[in-house]
Design a protein around this ligand. Structure first.
Ligand code: PLP
Length: 234
């Protein structure tokens, strides 16, 4: 497959995903421009990620810090907004902060404190989402739903901008499983805002469930395989 062919396939898939986002917004009385599509490029080479950016899809997500650094370096000529969406070890914070627009996957207080410290060293005010374990399934990373309310008073003085919450629904063929998790995240988002937090972003929904997530209030959807399947060649 040539890059021209890859680009054509990607363009069609981006159009299709954007149409599905618009339709989900219409169904739920929301505006399509209130939902940001993040193309998760973790399975493809920097070159293919770059094709996506050249098609105007500038929000790209990566789940491994080293891979994010590698792609950000290779594609630094393009105005890409990189989103860190996977587990971030504390010893990788320093280098990640320099390349990233938003970290979606702040999953512990220790990580949050490390980001705050490195951020002030680099004179940055990092934009962060707290990752929440909103499904009943025992997930490896993320705050528990009932931890979030207590967290905000503790972190208010840190020099970071916590703009929202992120979750991943459990894999299931039953769409109600995802809907229940998304609704639970929306609930604690609303609760936190009622208590004075100023959250605007809900990062939820992937290839299999992004329309449900939009119906439940997602402002950022993270779509990988639907866009990049079959385009992985280095
Ligand atoms: C890989 C990944 C995605 C995208 O998943 P797809 O099912 O391929 O769309 C979204 N969010 C996170 C955190 C991921 O790791």
């Amino acid at each position: 497959m040539t890059d021209a062919e890859r680009s054509q396939i990607l363009e069609q898939r981006l159009d299709m995903v954007r149409e599905r986002i618009a339709a989900a917004c219409a169904r739920s009385g929301r505006r399509a421009e209130d939902v940001t599509l993040i193309a998760v490029s973790k399975t493809v080479s920097p070159r293919v990620a770059g094709l996506s950016a050249k098609l105007g899809q500038l929000d790209l997500g990566e789940s491994r810090p080293q891979e994010l650094w590698r792609k950000a370096e290779a594609l630094k000529a393009l105005p890409i907004r990189w989103h860190m969406i996977g587990h971030l070890q504390r010893n990788k914070v320093e280098r990640t902060l320099a390349s990233v627009q938003v970290i979606h996957s702040v999953d512990s207080l220790r990580l949050l404190e490390e980001i705050a410290e490195q951020g002030s060293r680099q004179s940055l005010r990092p934009r962060l989402l707290l990752q929440v374990n909103a499904s009943r399934e025992n997930q490896k990373y993320g705050f528990e739903l009932d931890e979030v309310a207590d967290l905000f008073p503790k972190v208010q003085s840190l020099p970071v901008e916590i703009t929202g919450l992120m979750t991943m629904a459990a894999l299931s063929s039953d769409p109600d499983v995802a809907r229940t998790a998304f609704r639970a995240l929306r609930q604690i988002f609303d609760d936190a805002n009622r208590e004075g937090a100023q959250l605007t972003q809900l990062s939820m929904g992937m290839s299999g469930d992004f329309e449900i997530a939009i119906e439940e209030g997602a402002t950022m959807v993270r779509v990988g395989s639907t866009l990049f399947e079959g385009l992985e060649a280095e």
